[in-house]
Write a protein that binds this ligand. Structure first.
Ligand code: AMP
Length: 282
């Protein structure tokens, strides 16, 4: 496994692979890797001849008051995990490598970016789309792997690839959870012991909402009220949003009659956590 920091090195390595007709999978990450990331890596390794993992804490997707500076980083740990999961190449650029001083082009999407996390994080998806488009251009993968943990992001990336005719396939992978249900996240490291316990309210509300929908409830307000009541019973939790939207367009729906995404963002103390479930068998 190689670790490179420049675009030039990635291009040279991928060019050699392409010459041999080898397929390439890409797993974009911000590092501090856990089993959620590892599941995407495993999907890429089993579906491609070569796997590239990018590790880049992308400044462009963080708002002014967000956690860019405190975001956890551990390249030693990450490279061990990648090695164990048979990654071929880690791309770990500095921000200056990705964004030279003359940088003027952005990928901006309407509609899908406007609700859910787009309300509290208005510049986030512009940063995500721009960096992912750049990574696709740099690595030129045949396949790219994203987690359903960030379901709005996954829908947005699929839409971007379709709209801009990017020649690759985007694969979504299921949410990996801790044994007690908490969705794995690099940001879980911010939680104190007490907060870690309180954070279980997210997955409990997801389980509740999912079981209501699976048992036939189609009225979104009923599902959401039950979920919100449960989350509100946890003193350390403060709801950012709990919503049900169309899975493809991320637009709000009142009744479940097409595939939906039920998504939430909840502050536990100062840490903002997200979780969701998808329901497709309508
Ligand atoms: P991040 O490093 O947080 O930007 O995440 C990189 C990729 O890993 C994204 O596609 C995430 O959706 C995915 N991911 C993060 N946590 C999980 C999880 N618990 N289960 C599955 N995928 C995840």
């Amino acid at each position: 496994m190689k670790i490179v920091k420049t675009i030039k090195e990635v291009r040279e390595i991928v060019k050699l692979w392409k010459k041999e007709n080898l397929s390439v999978g890409l797993v974009p990450t911000m590092g501090y890797l856990h089993e959620g990331h590892a599941s995407l890596i495993d999907a890429s390794v089993s579906g491609n001849d070569k796997t590239v993992v990018s590790i880049f804490v992308n400044p462009m997707q963080f708002g002014a008051n967000e956690d860019l500076d405190s975001y956890p980083r551990d390249l030693n740990h990450d490279s061990k995990l990648c090695e164990e999961h048979h990654v071929d190449l880690i791309f770990n650029p500095e921000p200056s490598e990705m964004y030279g001083k003359d940088f003027y082009t952005y990928v901006n999407m309407n509609v899908l970016t406007e609700d859910l996390c787009g309300i509290t994080r208005p510049i986030h998806f512009k940063g995500v789309c721009t960096v992912v488009a750049k990574l696709f251009n740099i690595v030129q993968p045949d396949n790219a792997y994203f987690g359903q943990k960030d379901a709005q992001q996954l829908a947005i990336i699929k839409q971007m690839v379709q709209d801009l005719n990017m020649p690759l396939e985007v694969h979504g992978c299921p949410i990996v959870r801790e044994i007690d249900g908490l969705a794995k996240s690099s940001r879980n490291t911010y939680l104190s012991t007490e907060e870690r316990q309180s954070a279980l309210i997210l997955s409990k509300a997801i389980t509740l909402g999912q079981s209501l929908v699976e048992n036939g409830e189609r009225d979104c307000s009923k599902v959401l009220t039950s979920m919100i009541d449960l989350i509100s019973s946890e003193p350390l939790a403060k709801i950012d949003y709990v919503k049900i939207v169309d899975l493809k367009t991320i637009q709000p729906v009142n009744t479940i009659e097409k595939p939906i995404l039920c998504a939430m963002a909840v502050y536990i103390g100062k840490t903002r956590l997200i979780d969701n479930f998808i329901f497709e068998e309508v």
